[in-house]
Design a protein around this ligand. Structure first.
Ligand SMILES: [Zn+2]
Ligand SMILES: [Zn+2]
Length: 252
């Protein structure tokens, strides 16, 4: 029996393989990054984002809740991956598989554009999920971590996990990307997401006054969002918050 035959025996059908591989990729990447940032936070690296951090509640129960929801998120991400790659839907996206079929430099530019586009879509979704109609049914699960740990990065209600996954699918329909560029974009995205919840700050204290720093979202800003349930809805950048008046007044 060849290795390919064995693989087909273990993962029959066109949908199961992208589900398993997708869930594994999302799950392992999240776990490695969350464990690393959680470990650094426990060792006191960086500055505390909040004098009261970490939460006084039972740490083990807190971590169990965040990790439990993260398992659901990884399964939802795996399902979306299965539908995308297992049903032929991927052929209707802008994904391209020959790296030399796009102009030189597009690979790197597509990663940057994906981050800018994702930030805009995330801002809109995040504002939407904070409306009275949707908050309790979706986003409250994530906000149960008033003082999150790095593991809160995937602590979502399944509906929110699905919406987050569909944002990336939407990007693939409009932005030509090589699968490795998609991998790079999502790896950067996961790292920033995990850092945003880790409870520690690695940027300088006056970063929000720096001409470039003021446009970069930080762990401090997202910690404020979790502590208060308002302001700082952005993901990577602060321009949507600044332009739509939802930036934390203390750090404008
Ligand atoms: Zn929120
Ligand atoms: Zn959060």
């Amino acid at each position: 029996m060849t290795p390919q035959n064995l693989l087909h025996l273990l993962l029959p059908g066109p949908v199961l393989a992208p589900f398993v591989y997708g869930a594994l990729l999302y799950g392992v990447r999240y776990l490695v990054m969350a464990l690393a940032l959680y470990g650094l936070a426990r060792r006191g690296w960086g500055r505390a984002v909040d004098a009261a951090y970490p939460a006084g509640d039972d740490r083990a129960a807190h971590l169990r809740r965040e990790l439990g929801h993260a398992v659901g998120t990884v399964l939802v991400f795996g399902l979306v991956n299965a539908v995308l790659f297992g049903t032929g839907l991927v052929r209707h996206t802008q994904l391209y598989f020959r790296i030399d079929s796009a102009p030189a430099g597009w690979f790197a530019l597509s990663v940057v554009l994906a981050l800018v586009l994702h930030d805009a879509l995330f801002y809109a979704l995040h504002r939407l999920m904070h409306t009275r109609a949707l908050y309790r049914r979706t986003h409250l699960t994530h906000h149960r971590s008033v003082r999150p740990t790095a593991f809160a990065a995937y602590s979502f209600h399944p509906w929110e996990a699905l919406a987050e996954a569909l944002l990336v699918v939407a990007i693939l329909f409009v932005l030509p990307m090589h699968p490795l560029a998609l991998l790079a974009f999502q790896t950067v995205s996961t790292l920033i997401n995990v850092y945003g919840h880790c409870g520690r700050e690695f940027y300088p204290p006056d970063w929000h006054r720096h001409p470039i720093g003021r446009w970069i979202n930080t762990s401090t800003l997202h910690a404020h969002h979790h502590a208060t349930g308002r302001d700082n809805y952005g993901l990577y950048f602060t321009w949507w918050d600044r332009w739509f008046g939802s930036a934390d007044p203390a750090r404008r």
